[in-house]
Design a protein around this ligand. Structure first.
Ligand code: HEC
Length: 193
């Protein structure tokens, strides 16, 4: 067979197969509806809308003190964080050391706690509300959470024994590590190495 004849045969073969081939690979258009799920109800959206911002936006009404929080902590938290929030077995919640400097990047043995590392007091509320107790998140009421926040801030030597934590007072509590975090105002490019 000449080269030209071979080429002709090959083209015919391709032409014969091509239409089927093309039709099989046509992507189906997206369906108008997938038939999955349903719109969330207003009630569900409210129950998931739990974010508390550093300025206090999102904090509910209610309140509590460290004394009230101590009892709740003993019952609900101590088995995982220790009787004073220090002993564990899980994360240590109380500790101010090192009081000077901020050497966390250099010394990996330092334990980061609410007292030495968290920049915003309102995050303590947000975090406990959404995540604790670890095995029953979402089970605590606002008064209980405010009380636990007061207890943990008291244990970390940030507020007085008698201070009432609520939507008005909590955002005003200044954390020891507040100035240790700055907004990253770099824009990319050469300055980022
Ligand atoms: C069943 C064990 C368990 C119980 C009960 C529990 N925790 Fe925790 N807690 C954990 C674990 C595990 C972590 C670490 C979670 C992670 O890093 O994702 C944690 C983390 C935390 C942190 C963040 C610590 C940090 O600096 O990152 C806080 C605050 C906290 N718990 C508070 C509480 C409070 C308040 C209660 C009681 C209402 C509670 N926990 C009950 C297991 C528990």
């Amino acid at each position: 067979m000449t080269r030209a004849a071979m080429l002709r045969t090959a083209l015919v073969a391709v032409a014969a197969v091509a239409p089927i081939h093309v039709r099989r690979n046509e992507p189906p258009g997206p369906p108008a509806r997938y038939g999955l799920g349903r719109p969330a109800t207003a009630e569900e959206v409210r129950s998931w809308d739990v974010s508390v911002m550093p300025n206090g936006n999102g904090l509910p009404t209610g309140g509590g003190t460290a004394v009230q929080g101590a009892a709740i902590f003993r019952q609900t938290c101590a088995r995982c964080h220790g009787p004073t929030g220090v002993e564990g077995p899980f994360d240590r919640l109380v500790g101010r050391e090192p009081r000077q400097g901020f050497p966390f990047g250099r010394d990996a043995s330092l334990v980061r706690t609410i007292g030495n590392y968290w920049p915003y007091s309102t995050t303590v509320y947000d975090y406990i509300h959404r995540a604790m107790p670890y095995d029953a998140p979402g089970s605590l009421k606002p008064n209980e959470i405010y009380s636990l926040v007061a207890f943990l801030l008291r244990r970390n030597e940030i507020i007085a024994d008698t201070a009432v934590m609520n939507a008005r007072t909590l955002p005003g509590v200044r954390m020891p590590a507040r100035d240790r975090f700055v907004l990253d105002n770099r824009h990319g490019g050469r300055e980022i190495r």
